[in-house]
Ligand binder design. Structure first.
Ligand code: IMP
Ligand code: MG
Length: 180
């Protein structure tokens, strides 16, 4: 079991599994009816997944435009569902086919807020891809069009996802199980 920062980390999805799934997702997306895709990576958690997925999209024959948006819940740990747009995209999304990328779909508040924002600006289509789906935690009606893996009801870290800014650099998705 990997040990990082003196913590034991159980690997849920290895680097190899993530890479293989990214290739499959990219092939599915390449077969969709999305045209001239504008990828929007929701920061911060999705930055590693997005970096790998856009390269898999290239391998699948696509040439997306790539943008970033930062959305955050008001107050850490709140479940109010109130979202704040911290940093907007620079691109005019009117008429565009958008692929929204997030790390985890949990309550659904983040992706619902961001999807509706893009729709309100006149996006032609908004498709959603999430690496992990905690479907048992959903509080609002939104589903991803593409899901990497179902996620157990555990707090996961790695592959861009953090616990208090730590563990984003791990090349796998894991769960902290205790002290080493
Ligand atoms: P929601 O769907 O709006 O509830 O929030 C999903 C967001 O919460 C994700 O984009 C993550 O940034 C964060 N999040 C949810 N579960 C976890 C976890 O297990 N580890 C790290 N971040 C998480
Ligand atoms: Mg996030």
């Amino acid at each position: 079991m990997p040990i990082v920062r003196n913590k034991k980390i159980e690997v849920l999805y290895s680097a190899e599994q993530l890479a293989a799934r990214n290739r499959e997702l990219a092939e599915q997306i390449a077969l969709s009816d999305l045209k001239n895709i504008l990828v929007i990576s929701i920061l911060k958690g999705s930055f590693v997944f997005a970096a790998d997925l856009i390269r898999a999209l290239h391998e699948a024959g696509l040439s997306p435009d790539v943008e970033f948006i930062t959305v955050s819940s008001y107050g850490a740990g709140t479940t109010s569902g109130t979202l704040q747009l911290v940093r907007d995209v620079d691109t005019d999304v009117n008429g565009r086919d958008i692929l929204l990328i997030d790390d985890i779909l949990e309550s659904g508040n983040t992706l619902k807020f961001t999807k509706e924002l893009m729709e309100s600006r006149g996006a032609n289509k908004v498709a959603v891809v999430t690496l992990l789906d905690k479907s048992m935690r959903r509080k609002t009606k939104i589903d991803a069009d593409y899901v990497g893996f179902e996620c157990p009801d555990k707090f996961v870290v790695g592959y861009g996802m953090d616990a208090g800014y730590a563990f984003r650099e791990l090349p796998f998705v894991g769960v902290v199980t205790g002290d080493a």
